[in-house]
Design a protein around this ligand. Structure first.
Ligand SMILES: Cc1ncc(COP(=O)(O)O)c(C=O)c1O
Length: 390
């Protein structure tokens, strides 16, 4: 069973939809119409593909991780999104939405960012396409991702520190929506994952599915047993899952267990959350008995989010994908493991996917696992070093 498009109400099963302030409803309707036209326009598709080739460096390689495979007794293949321009998969979506903004005649991009990768990607797309850019970022994330803050400013973006709430991604998303509601005439909000009100989860998936399409072609018919990806909002995971959903390949998303699920300090929205409304959509989220959003926790800023994309909620309910979680400690160990066996320093987010394969190696023995290596770890090195690791 698989999903293609959300239904007429913008839902994947019972998830998704449009729970947005009235000021934004016309902009969301315009975005749906413009995207639908653009995606059916060969000129737009060619322009996007050309940028992915000449600017991003796609296709990214599919790498047989021989020394890691030997160490784990599991055949691991890595889809190298860390080699995409700016160091993560986020650039695919940022460029696609930048092109949509141009098509709508909107000269200003707004973005929110947690790990800073989506902010860097949007600032990069804005610079490349001649648009201006404002990025909202939680004050706590600005501290742990200082390198990316500098990169965004170097690229000409205005980075706004968000002090409210936990000063992390959820608060940055709320600030970005507030800005958009006030500037919707000339601004486009480049949402950074498959979250938010319809049509965002659909648009972002369409721009990210190139990851799975390339992987499928690169495999040349030799399908893996399983595809594994980390899940924050879920864009790198849905991007690689989507073309495999029509096959029998197992799909595993790995959420952040933070200090451990039992501690309450985690980001496992599917694993330990329940359905509710967050940032304009119905989905699994972390909430208390009164429906108040709970703070998430993850060592990785990109997984430190109390919700998840509605399509993942649907895939989980259908049993087409399953969602597991690993702790901060396991992710830190996986950074060292991949660095030392393959010479690849992964992002802390990405390390969650590697950590799950490492933990489950006995159950996975002899099988072939395709892992989405969503990003590189340069941005995290200072944070990891400050912990006295490895
Ligand atoms: C390298 C990397 N991987 C994964 C994520 C999580 O986002 P998503 O679940 O949308 O792929 C982020 C978010 O910033 C990231 O930077």
């Amino acid at each position: 069973m698989t999903t293609t498009r959300p239904d007429a109400r913008g839902r994947f099963g019972e998830y998704g939809g449009v729970y947005a302030p009235e000021t934004l409803v016309p902009a969301l309707a315009e975005l749906e119409r413009v995207f639908e036209e653009a995606w059916a326009d060969p000129g737009f598709r060619d322009g996007f593909s050309r940028l992915l080739t000449t600017f991003v460096g796609r296709p990214t390689p599919l790498h047989g991780a021989e020394r890691l495979s030997e160490a784990l007794g599991v055949r691991v293949l890595l889809k190298r999104e860390d080699l995409a321009h700016t160091g993560a998969h986020k650039i695919n979506n940022a460029l696609g939405q930048g092109l949509l903004a141009q098509r709508m005649g909107k000269p200003r991009l707004i973005a929110e960012t947690g790990a800073g990768q989506h902010g860097v990607a949007t600032a990069t797309a804005a610079a490349h396409l001649g648009l201006t850019c404002t990025v909202f970022m939680g004050a706590k994330d600005m501290e742990r991702q200082a390198l990316n803050v500098y990169r965004m400013r170097l690229l000409g973006a205005d980075v706004v520190s968000v002090e409210g709430g936990a000063a992390t991604l959820k608060d940055a998303v709320a600030a970005a929506f507030r800005d958009w509601a006030a500037t919707v005439e000339d601004s486009h909000y480049v949402i950074g994952s498959v979250v938010g009100p319809h049509p965002f989860p659909w648009i972002v998936r369409e721009f990210q599915k190139v990851i799975g399409e390339e992987a499928l072609a690169q495999l040349g018919g030799d399908l893996p047993d399983m595809v594994v990806a980390c899940v924050g909002g879920g864009s790198n995971a849905i991007g690689i899952f989507h073309p495999f959903a029509a096959t029998t390949v197992e799909l595993v998303g790995v959420e952040a267990a933070g200090h451990g699920i039992a501690s309450g300090a985690h980001g496992a929205s599917i694993g330990a959350g329940s359905p509710g409304i967050l940032h304009g959509a119905r989905t699994y989220m972390l909430q208390d008995a009164d429906g108040q959003v709970l703070e998430a926790h993850s060592i990785s800023a990109g997984l430190d989010y109390p919700g998840v994309g509605p399509e993942h909620a649907h895939l989980a309910d259908m049993g087409r994908a399953r969602y597991e979680s690993v702790t901060d400690e396991e992710a830190l160990d996986a950074v060292a493991l991949l660095s030392r066996t393959e010479g690849i320093i992964p992002a802390l987010e990405t390390a969650h996917a590697i950590a799950w394969v490492a933990r489950e190696r006995a159950a996975l023995a002899g099988r072939t696992v395709l892992v989405n290596l969503s990003g590189r770890g340069d941005k995290d090195v200072a944070q990891i070093a400050a912990l006295g690791r490895p």
